[in-house]
Design a protein around this ligand. Structure first.
Ligand SMILES: C[S@@+](CC[C@H](N)C(=O)[O-])C[C@H]1O[C@@H](n2cnc3c(N)ncnc32)[C@H](O)[C@@H]1O
Length: 258
């Protein structure tokens, strides 16, 4: 599938290079290639680095995401960008059915879950329309080439009344916390990641935050993809955000007519 350049609601992000000059972060097809190669590379030590750099808070954040999902027992939930399958494991432990999709074969090979896993792109999900009751995604939004198209895909595959819960990084609103977090995320995390895994990948991580649109843009785009009750909750002082929404019962979207 051919990717287009970043859309208006997701402008090509720019960030500092080690040389101090502004260099564009990748967009379109190049971003897909860079992201897939990066996760293939860091897959073997992904879980270790995650636990160390978040002091295991990532485990709590995933739990909070599933608390907010609030679906009935046995509901089938898609984990988009499942990586090594943490959310799939948590879903199954709670009695949900789970399916994981991820772009990176390397990440899927290191997954430890009983859920069926499929290599695929979040922007072209390998599932029929209205085939799941819910969808979750952990720390992947900023990796997608086009967030609006991802939300349209969620609107297509999630049944009316279904729920979504999406986690990603955020910047704390409190200025003191924000400054401390900027130092930790911008300087300490790349070092930890560099020691334990791949330096380039963990230098990219803080830069990739620039891809995330403003919260109001995200909420507006979710609404136009067929979701209501959109809610953004900041976790752990605002270093992580949880976005939840409910698939509304409306006339079919263009995605459902496909
Ligand atoms: C930071 S990891 C998160 C993994 C897991 N969800 C977690 O909570 O630990 C981001 C994941 O997004 C996947 N990814 C990136 N772009 C993707 C895309 N377009 N479609 C599907 N998966 C994608 C990567 O391969 C990677 O496994």
């Amino acid at each position: 599938m051919t990717r287009t350049a970043a859309r208006a609601d997701q402008p090509a992000a720019r960030a500092d290079t080690p040389a101090g000059k502004l260099a564009p972060l990748p967009s379109g097809d190049e971003k897909v290639r860079v992201v897939r190669a990066m996760f293939d590379t860091i897959a073997p030590r992904y879980d270790l680095v995650n636990r160390v750099m978040t002091f295991r808070l990532d485990v709590r954040w995933r739990r909070q995401a599933l608390d907010a999902l609030g679906l009935g027992p046995g509901a089938l939930v898609l984990d988009v960008a499942t990586g090594t399958g943490d959310l799939c494991r948590d879903l199954i432990a709670r009695g949900y059915g789970a399916i994981g999709v991820d772009l990176s074969l390397g990440m899927l090979r290191h997954a430890t879950t009983d859920a069926p896993l499929v290599q695929g792109d979040a922007l072209c999900l390998p599932l029929p329309a209205a085939s799941v009751e819910g969808a979750v995604s952990g720390f992947a939004l900023r990796n997608f080439v086009d967030l609006g198209s991802f939300f349209d895909e969620l609107g297509r595959v999630v049944r009316a009344g279904g729920r979504i819960a999406l986690l990603d990084v955020a910047q704390p609103p409190n200025p003191v916390l924000r400054a401390g977090h900027a130092v930790y995320f911008g300087h300490v995390v790349p070092r930890i990641g560099g020691w334990l895994s791949d330096p380039a990948a963990y230098r990219y991580l803080p830069r990739s935050v620039a891809y995330l649109p403003e919260p109001a843009v995200v909420a507006g785009r979710l609404r136009s993809a067929g979701f209501g009750a959109v809610k953004r909750t900041l976790l752990s002082g605002g270093i992580t955000q949880l976005i939840t929404a409910t698939r509304v019962v409306t006339a079919p979207t263009s995605g459902e007519r496909r």
